[in-house]
Ligand binder design. Structure first.
Ligand code: SAM
Length: 421
């Protein structure tokens, strides 16, 4: 029987509510177009407002692929862990001014230096730098520090207790620069990492350092990015400024893979081995290993065949009419194949770049595999742009001339837990 619990609905109830089949609801969830949580018995549960939005968005893939831009503002920026510049370029397109970019990857810094020689891009480990010279001179300090576990020994951690992690160094440099805003970007997994304790510790330490924080999970496919890619954005501002935190609101359309790559420039890229080519040639657009004949399914999946679970990323051929699946650092890897919708080959470097919204003249340095890695690691440029517009509004310098300004919404405000102990 269809059950409704508060705002949460079972597959059946959701289907009745929207007048679509239960299979349609399951398909939307599988395609990453709708978020579900698991109930006590492992059943999928859906929230009503999310269902309503998806009912409209799911049918509308009318977005165009373009670089979004705003006029230059007055907000200045340092970015740590900047990689090849996905977030940096997005924030720049939103009108922020880069003062310093730091990463220890040689190719990523070379990419930035050759594309934007006027930016101050420095190859260094974040663990080894000192930024006292920037104290009070920079508005925003951004960074996607890698998500690492802290060791607790049964206690709540303060800043000094996180020594040895990259978050520690990020926080150490924030305490030197004292920016108005800290902008951290991370994978969705940070929300549940170590049962939520890692995020809790990070937000409590920001509070201890004088920053109030909010966070929001952003779904790139609804923010002018032709890709299903979720990123957690944490925004924290100095408490004495009393600023209201805002995040971009999702649009009611998506951008299809076709719109993104159909006219991508020619480019280098990986190739499949002959045996993999034979397998992938049998998978239709939008299909995956389940579309192979049964004997080839067993041969291709090996032991995983009997393990159950969807594994819908394996032997995956992308579909023209939807946003791409999340790009990884290697389009030919077995668990995460990203095969071109028609041609039997992995997506090329330039197609990868288009899907992450880098412009065609953004040249990546290094070997082909290093290029894929730099692109696969990036924050989609247009996601960075939308976040950048929100940052400008929060800091009192909203863009007056901007392509597609999103509506802004609140995130989840962090209530420090250490005050309640
Ligand atoms: C997820 S990527 C950042 C992507 C970037 N924000 C973008 O949008 O393109 C993380 C980056 O952290 C860098 N990194 C990891 N440890 C580092 C360290 N100790 N010092 C400097 N950079 C580091 C890696 O080289 C990698 O480029």
């Amino acid at each position: 029987m269809a059950m409704v619990t508060n705002e949460w609905m079972t597959v059946q109830a959701a289907a009745e509510h929207l007048g679509v089949s239960a299979d349609t609801i399951r398909r939307w969830e599988k395609k990453g177009l709708i978020r579900a949580k698991r109930g006590k018995h492992g059943e999928r549960l859906f929230e009503q407002p999310e269902l309503r939005r998806v009912a409209e968005q799911g049918q509308n893939s009318s977005g165009v692929w373009k670089q979004l831009k705003a006029e230059q503002g007055t907000v200045s920026l340092i970015e740590l862990f900047c990689g090849a510049g996905g977030l940096a370029l997005g924030l720049h397109n939103a009108g922020l001014e880069s003062k310093l970019l730091v990463d220890f990857d040689k190719d990523a810094i070379q990419t930035l230096q050759s594309n934007r020689p006027e930016w101050n891009s420095v190859k260094a480990s974040v663990t080894e730098i000192d930024l006292h010279e920037y104290e009070g001179k920079v508005d925003v300090m951004a960074g996607g520090f890698p998500c690492q576990a802290f060791s607790y020994a049964g206690k709540q951690l303060g800043f000094e207790d996180t020594r040895g992690t990259l978050f520690y160094d990020f926080a150490r440099l924030v305490s030197q620069v004292k920016p108005k805003m800290v902008l951290a970007e991370n994978v969705k997994g940070l929300l549940s990492h170590d049962g939520g304790k890692t995020l809790e510790t990070i937000l409590n330490i920001l509070d201890e350092m004088g920053y109030e924080a909010s966070y929001k999970l952003m779904r790139s496919q609804f923010l002018d990015v032709p890709q299903k890619r979720e990123r957690l954005i944490i925004m924290a501002t100095r408490k004495e400024l009393g600023l209201k935190h805002l995040f971009p609101e999702e649009k009611r359309y998506t951008v299809s893979l076709r719109a993104a790559i159909q006219d991508a420039p020619p480019s280098d890229g990986q190739e499949y081995s002959e045996s993999k080519k034979t397998i992938m040639s049998l998978v239709p657009p939008g299909g995956y290993w389940r579309d192979l004949p049964d004997d080839l399914q067993k041969q291709y999946m090996g032991g995983s065949y009997f393990l159950g679970g969807g594994k819908t990323g394996m032997a995956r051929r992308l579909s023209w009419d939807e946003p791409s699946l999340t790009l990884t650092c290697n389009p030919a890897q077995k668990q995460t194949e990203r095969c071109h919708p028609e041609e039997t080959r992995p997506l090329s470097v330039r197609e990868y770049a288009r899907i992450q919204c880098f412009p065609d003249d953004w040249e990546f340095s290094g070997s082909t595999s290093s290029k894929y890695k730099q692109i696969g690691n990036a924050v989609p440029v247009n996601l960075g742009y939308h976040v950048g517009l929100a940052v400008r509004t929060v800091l009192g310098n909203p863009a007056s001339k901007a392509d597609l300004p999103a509506e802004l919404v609140s995130g989840t405000k962090w209530v420090p837990t250490h005050q309640n102990d």
